[in-house]
Write a protein that binds this ligand. Structure first.
Ligand code: BTN
Length: 267
């Protein structure tokens, strides 16, 4: 189905006809407009909705990014969606789910378009050095165990460069802007869900080690000099490794190996 401008619309019927996963998106909530798909999914998870439930919207009016930032989610321009996950993993591993998602989304985009996105620590995907995807994974714990995880993914698909807010224009891009392909978002989503499910199964059987290995293969900054912004400090050094907890191991100029748990890697 297309709207007047010829854009693909995310109808529930179309989604159900193209999605081929067995675990993910068995239950779908699809909206024209919602506050935040993560917020909606969080409420549904508390109500007991099953693992794999998909919440997707054409537009979010309160889209959330990492560190309480706003995530721009205009109508019809992207894939803004969340999944309810109930993984049987240690609570200390909850922070690895975004790495799994990053690898899976990159594989999905690559299979669908033929272009190969890079990952950027901790949770972004880049094309030609600009951000096309952000991931916000929010875990809920009970008695130190994971109750559920809301995995939120935002992918810029149809935006023209001038349609990004001015402050992000030099750092954000879309699949359309980079490839000039006509992309059907439902079909792209179906491929991404297949890759997410494949990686989720791998994680259930083999743990996160293969995911971390694949993440590192897609990270051009590994082994290079980087600058990291922490809350109140700026660090420089060599991005020496990603450890098995998803921390960035930074070799500073005095030879020290620092473990960075959270922060922003400068472009
Ligand atoms: C980031 O890069 O800061 C993460 C952005 C995550 C955005 C997605 S869009 C779908 C889901 N719902 C939200 O409110 N946020 C995530």
């Amino acid at each position: 189905m297309k709207d007047k401008a010829g854009f693909d619309l995310l109808s529930e019927d179309k989604l159900k006809s193209v999605i081929k996963t067995e675990l993910l998106a068995k239950k779908i909530y699809s909206f024209w407009s919602v506050g935040s798909t993560n917020e909606f999914a969080h409420n549904r998870a508390i109500q007991g909705d099953p693992e794999g439930t998909l919440v997707i919207a054409e537009q979010q009016v309160r889209g959330k990014g990492r560190k309480m930032r706003q995530w721009d989610s205009p109508f019809n321009k992207g894939l803004w969606f969340s999944l309810i996950l109930r993984p049987n993993i240690a609570s200390s591993q909850a922070g690895l789910i975004p790495f799994l998602a990053g690898v899976a989304v990159a594989e999905g985009i690559e299979n669908f378009t033929g272009i190969k996105p890079d990952v950027k620590w901790p949770n972004d995907l880049l094309l030609n050095g600009k951000k096309i995807c952000g991931i916000l994974s929010e875990a809920e714990f009970h008695d130190a165990k994971i109750r559920f995880i809301i995995l939120g993914i935002g992918i810029n698909v149809h935006h023209k460069p001038h349609e990004f807010p001015e402050e992000f224009r030099d750092r954000a891009t879309s699949l359309k802007a980079e490839t000039n392909l006509r992309i059907d978002r439902s079909e792209l989503l179906a491929e991404i869900l297949l890759q997410l499910e494949k990686n989720y199964r791998t994680m259930q059987q083999e743990g996160f080690a293969p995911i971390i290995t694949n993440w590192k293969k897609r990270c051009p900054q590994l082994g290079k000099r980087v600058t990291i912004l922490l809350d109140d400090e700026r660090l420089e050094g060599i991005f020496e490794d990603l450890n098995d907890q998803g921390c960035l191991m930074l070799r500073t100029s005095d030879g020290e190996l620092k473990k960075i748990i959270t922060g922003d890697l400068l472009f």
